[in-house]
Design a binder for this molecule. Structure first.
Ligand code: F6R
Length: 256
């Protein structure tokens, strides 16, 4: 894991945006895995401002609430169109999100996995981090081998997301999410976490034991993970000084 600690979320986001820009310049037909929520909002604004060419890019989102139609104000379909897709020249046919209204959920999930494979796999997967350690909506005890499927949100995640639904009662209980196994197949994973609220989850993901009780810790099994943090999110890392030193002394050829 490469841990990149910046004074503020803005600067940490700029590092992440440069990584994605480099990928799209090197590989114009790249396949991006995308996340929703508060964390990647700045990233999407930064990418829009970069005016990159998205014509040949394909996207797959991590997750969607089960039971929400795409036009629902809190659906992740709506989130992505409002915050990124409508601002860039991405082809609609290249956009993929799990179907929250699928009648046959296992078949729809298997089809999502098939489409990822048919696109050549995900080059770079953007990830946020739940306070309980979830990535995608793989809640604690999710299997390392899990694939896209339906999951039940923990009470804690429903509480965390109540702010988007004007209270907890409106938050769906079920979601369709890529699995940990799906996420770990991405060629690069880019985890973003900002704010003191995420500090415990970050420390457990980066320096804790690999355990299904903290799904993000399974990223330790992946060969190419970048973790972009602001100082408050990095506050509980034991080796923070080492990570800062490594980043400040990267050889020129490794910089982005
Ligand atoms: C969203 C997702 C989730 C969020 C996580 C953090 O697509 O996959 O794992 O990244 O719940 O959410 P925020 O960024 O709102 O703190």
């Amino acid at each position: 894991m490469e841990i990149i600690i910046q004074p503020e979320a803005e600067a940490a986001t700029a590092v992440a945006a440069r990584l994605i820009r480099r990928l799209l310049l090197e590989k114009p037909a790249a396949v991006l895995g995308l996340a929703t929520g508060g964390t990647p909002l700045r990233l999407y604004r930064a990418l829009v401002a970069m005016k990159l060419d998205w014509r040949r890019v394909t996207t797959f989102n991590l997750d969607e609430y089960a039971g929400l139609p795409p036009e629902h104000p809190q659906s992740y379909h709506r989130f992505m169109w409002e915050n990124l897709f409508r601002h860039v020249n991405l082809a609609k046919k290249n956009v993929h999100l799990p179907d929250g209204l699928a009648k046959d959920i296992p078949a729809s999930c298997a089809e999502y996995e098939r489409r990822i494979r048919a696109a050549g796999g995900i080059d770079l997967q953007v990830l946020g981090l739940g306070t309980d350690g979830h990535i995608g909506f793989n809640e604690p005890t999710s299997s390392l081998a899990s694939r896209t499927r339906i999951k039940t949100l923990t009470p804690r995640t429903r509480r965390d997301n109540a702010r988007y639904f004007g209270g907890e009662t409106g938050v769906p209980h079920h979601v369709i999410t890529m699995g940990i196994g799906t996420i770990l197949e991405a060629r690069t994973c880019l985890l973003l976490a900002f704010g003191a609220k995420k500090a415990r989850a970050v420390a457990a993901a980066v320096e804790g034991p690999v355990t299904s009780l903290h799904p993000a810790s399974m990223l330790q099994m992946h060969p190419e993970v970048k973790v972009c943090l602001d100082e408050p999110a990095a506050a509980r890392l034991k080796k923070a000084d080492y990570y800062r030193w490594v980043y400040a002394h990267k050889p020129a050829w490794q910089q982005f």
